[in-house]
Ligand binder design. Sequence first.
Ligand SMILES: [Zn+2]
Ligand SMILES: [Zn+2]
Length: 252
Amino acid sequence: MKNLFKLMLLMLTVFTLNIACTSDDDSSSATTVTEDEVVTELHAAYSAFNTDATTIYIDETGTNVVIETTGLPNHQTVYWGEGHPLYIEEPDVELTPSIMSSNNNAVTITVDATPNLTGSTVSTTFNTIGIAVSGASIFNDQEGGGPLNQAAASLDFTGAHIGPGVYHYHLEPKAFSNDDDALIGVLLDGVFLYGRKCSATGSYPEDLDVSGGHTSTTQYTDGEEEYHYHIINEVYSNTGSYLAFAGPYQGY
Ligand SMILES: [Zn+2]
Ligand SMILES: [Zn+2]
């Protein structure tokens, strides 16, 4: 009888261990489910976007955010073309043929409402890699598949130009972020990009990964820590400024 009791106790222990293992499995599959987490409210950072240019909403699945933009930024540049109210002279800029007021700059992107930070990284490609708070596109460190320094002379005061296609930033967009912690925009993986400083410390972050990312609070997370990118605080190539983002994406 005593032996039977011992046996039952042993079985109970094995059973309990089993449950423990099973619930471990459950929590890891729960992490996978988090990738497609349904949200009901837009992230507070989207409130910083230019509402004249952008329409931002959660799609019908509740897992993605759609950003429709005219691509027309709410700041001055030579690329508006003479006669436009936001046109400014920039005599040192080697203009590309297009001007913004006669160009179709519209772009729509769909990003994860909750970025998946558990998968492998993904390289950026030559085209829109994100939408800035101004409404215009963000590009990477390439120009037409080649290095950016060939096109650096055509970049305006805010690190942007047209051609081919939409008006886009390659460098720190000084029209709205100049050596500060301002929100730059959101990238295609759903991760937000900030200026060279972090609001968590008020200074240049020193714990950035290869993508310029780290996890800390931001001015839009209400005290919660969240993974985000920064413009890396190193002058890029021959541009005299700071590259907006070269990748790879961490949030796909
Ligand atoms: Zn370009
Ligand atoms: Zn930060």
